[in-house]
Design a protein around this ligand. Structure first.
Ligand code: FPP
Length: 277
């Protein structure tokens, strides 16, 4: 009994619709979908290299955010998730945390019209109960103003922890939510205030030279292609984003199945191989 429940929960082999960067407009006016997530790292080191306080690096980081958001649709990106503040970042000095919160608010204020005009829909994912009330109100306002945007879905993660989100969703299962992947993903989205139906991450980029996931989108990145670059976030350019997308396009995504490309193992070639002495 337990076994069959687990089987029905986890055995749902599905091959997601493949993402095709650079092929944004599909014949017939449809849209391909491509989700890129970025761990924006290196603001502090960028400032340190210039003998400036870390805050200067974060301000420079906002310019890279604007640049990336502007270039994303041209590269076929339809959803862009940026890791701006992890739940572990509360451990940073009070002054730096306060500066970041004010910066997020200022950026939302200054970018709202630009986002609306360019058809970008903004969502903030993460917890909402620990950030300053003024920021919370600003987020709600910009989310509302941009809700009709269709050129890009920009998701900014603030006070976000993938483990906390998974725990919250697991707690809902314990309360009786059906143990299916679909129901779990719905509760996971609710836990981080994310709109439902967002595609899993196709490409996860981390700048700043470290090669780790840092509690970011652990569930949603199950089959993400990973791309690490030494470029510090404030220096991250449109060309860097294009290089990452190009590297992604060259990857062979099999989702545990077989390659679709040349040299793939076909049924007949496998039979021949097994039949050989
Ligand atoms: C990591 O670099 C960066 C952050 C914790 C903050 C990210 C914030 C921004 C890019 C600014 C604005 C963002 C938005 C969405 C408006 P770090 O400080 O850990 O750098 P380090 O590893 O060099 O110390």
């Amino acid at each position: 009994m337990v076994r069959s429940t687990l089987d029905s929960r986890w055995r749902e082999p599905e091959q997601p619709e493949p993402a095709s960067p650079g092929n944004f407009k599909q014949p017939g006016g449809g849209r391909d979908r491509f989700h890129v997530a970025i761990i924006m790292d290196g603001n502090g080191r960028w400032a340190y290299k210039r003998g400036r306080p870390r805050a200067v690096g974060h301000v420079a980081g906002t310019t890279a955010v604007r640049r990336t958001v502007e270039s994303a649709p041209e590269l076929g990106i339809t959803t862009l998730t940026l890791y701006a503040f992890s739940s572990d970042n509360w451990r940073r000095p009070r002054g730096e945390v306060g500066h970041l919160m004010r910066l997020f608010q200022k950026h939302l204020d200054s970018e709202c019209a630009r986002l609306t005009d360019s058809g970008v829909r903004l969502s903030v994912i993460g917890r909402r109960d620990r950030i300053p009330g003024s920021l919370k109100r600003r987020i709600a306002h910009v989310e509302e103003r941009t809700s009709e945007g269709t050129s890009l879905h920009l998701r900014v993660a603030i006070d976000y922890s993938a483990r906390d989100a998974l725990l919250a969703a697991a707690g809902r299962l314990a309360e009786g939510v059906p143990p299916t992947r679909q129901a779990f993903e719905r509760t996971l989205a609710q836990a981080i205030h994310a709109p439902r139906g967002t595609r899993d991450v196709d490409l996860l980029i981390r700048t700043g030279g470290e090669q780790r996931l840092s509690d970011f989108l652990l569930w949603e990145s199950a089959y993400a292609e990973l791309f690490f670059t030494d470029v510090l976030w404030p220096d991250f350019s449109e060309a860097d984003l294009a290089s990452a997308v190009q590297a992604f396009a060259a990857r062979d995504r099999r989702y545990g199945g077989l390659s679709r490309g040349p040299g793939r193992a076909t049924e007949s070639s496998l039979c021949e191989r097994t039949a050989a002495p």
